[in-house]
Design a protein around this ligand. Structure first.
Ligand SMILES: C[S@@+](CC[C@H](N)C(=O)[O-])C[C@H]1O[C@@H](n2cnc3c(N)ncnc32)[C@H](O)[C@@H]1O
Ligand code: SF4
Length: 416
């Protein structure tokens, strides 16, 4: 499996040099020069831990959570004060873990960020279904949150059991959502679970929209090697049919596809992924700047220790060579299912056709993309193969990296 990703990487970056992440970092981050910068904050606490979940999280304790948030606010000031005045950024997303467990301190975190940044496109936050009640939603809304995303996974008994999740109280959820409206209400669903049918998934999507969602994220189940989930992902052929059929269903309902996995109505948006540059705060958060990508330590205690010493909690940094950065840009931009050659040229100062004309020609020939006035739009086939390749990427790169970082706070080096 990793042979495919290795060969593709070598071809696209035109070098045998792997992606090299080293235990080094810059105390000063060059984000002043970045346009379209986004912000991400990670809150790594959950009331109970799901055995399929790969994210950086620990069991919730009020005491540890408060210490962590004190450190988080300090990290925000260490980074934010490197810029004189206030830097304009696009969005702010809170992910986890379960950020709503720190509901009483979300306002404080947003205020700390607003001392250094002007947020222009709203604030998103992830919720566990247990957090969806009028009280929590009101606190979040008053703190400035404009978009929420709820981790449903499935409304069906069968899949809730398989994933070890509790039954969702749909009645009280719908009531709370109708009383406290948000610009975007997204719901996460998981697909490609064993024997999952088109009707299972269609019912989940219908239920999400009828309960008050205006956006759904349908994530393919990924069986990470380091999680202890007994669930196995669905075979490729079945998965493709399910993804194609469900995409057609969403189109037939008039929903628009704003990324490989997300469908929405009324132009609702929820995406922390498709940004050119971002600053990440908290454990496991990543920062992507013009020529570097860095990952914070996954270890809550070590994170707090570093911050107490006034040092950034960076665990690993990769300094990109030009084509590595281009591939990174293309990979995440393509996640939105379209790439505009003007955006590429604006970012890199060189034309997309000059750098990747041959690859684009092949992609068009194979029916993966269609081009219109310099915009490359992914076809249904292209979207499936992007998904398929992303799966390889996740299992060969993310799985390896997160597997190591869960056990070592500051690994010497990781090569991918
Ligand atoms: C941080 S959680 C969302 C908020 C909250 N912690 C919850 O679980 O409800 C992010 C989302 O990642 C998705 N996810 C987690 N593990 C996954 C896996 N192994 N494969 C695919 N998606 C996964 C789930 O849809 C989950 O809702
Ligand atoms: S799926 Fe959500 S609740 Fe479950 S362990 Fe992951 S972050 Fe926590």
């Amino acid at each position: 499996m990793s042979v495919i990703t290795d060969l593709t990487r070598m071809w696209l970056t035109r070098t045998v040099k792997p992606f090299e992440f080293k235990n080094e970092y810059d105390q000063n981050l060059p984000f002043a020069e970045c346009d379209g910068l986004g912000l991400y904050v990670h809150i790594p606490f959950c009331k109970s831990i799901c055995n399929f979940c790969p994210y950086c999280k620990v069991k919730y304790s009020e005491d540890i959570c408060n210490k962590y948030i004190d450190a988080l606010i300090r990290e925000i000031h260490i980074v934010g004060s490197q810029y004189e005045g206030k830097k304009t950024v696009t969005s702010l997303y809170f992910g986890g873990g379960t950020p709503a467990l720190a509901v009483d301190r979300i306002g404080e975190i947003i205020s700390a960020l607003e001392e250094h940044f002007i947020i222009t496109e709203g604030i998103g936050l992830e919720l566990h279904p247990d957090n969806v009640n009028v009280e929590v939603l009101n606190v979040l809304k008053n703190a400035g949150v404009t978009k929420i995303s709820i981790g449903i996974q499935s409304f069906g008994d069968k899949y809730q059991k398989i994933l070890g999740r509790k039954k969702v109280d749909t009645e009280s959820m719908a009531k709370a959502l109708s009383q406290v409206p948000f610009e975007t209400v997204s719901m996460d669903l998981i697909f490609a679970l064993p024997e999952q049918t088109y009707n299972d998934l269609k019912n989940d999507i219908d239920e999400a929209f009828s309960l008050g969602a205006n956006h759904v994220a349908i994530y393919p189940f990924i069986d990470f090697t380091f999680t202890k989930s007994p669930v196995k992902a669905m075979p490729k052929k079945q998965k493709r049919k399910l993804l194609d059929d469900i995409t057609k269903y969403c189109y037939s309902k008039g929903y628009s596809r704003n990324s490989i996995w997300t469908f929405s109505r009324d132009k609702a948006e929820y995406s922390s992924m498709t940004r050119e540059n971002f600053l990440g705060f908290g454990c496991s958060a990543t920062t992507l700047l013009r020529d570097q990508f860095k990952i914070n330590t996954f270890d809550v205690e070590e994170y707090c220790k570093r911050i107490a010493e006034n040092k950034l909690p960076t665990s690993l940094t990769i300094r990109f060579i030009k084509r590595q950065r281009m591939i990174y840009w293309l990979f995440w931009t393509a996640y939105s299912t379209r790439v505009d050659e003007r955006d590429f040229e604006k970012f890199f100062g060189v034309s997309l056709k000059k750098m990747y004309g041959f690859e684009l020609f092949i992609a068009k020939l194979l029916g993966f993309v269609k081009e219109k006035s310099g915009i490359y739009e992914m076809t249904l086939k292209g979207a499936f193969y992007y998904h398929y390749y992303e799966n390889f990427y996740t299992l060969s790169y993310i799985d390896k990296m997160w597997g190591i970082m869960r056990n070592e706070a500051f690994p010497e080096k990781i090569e991918l």
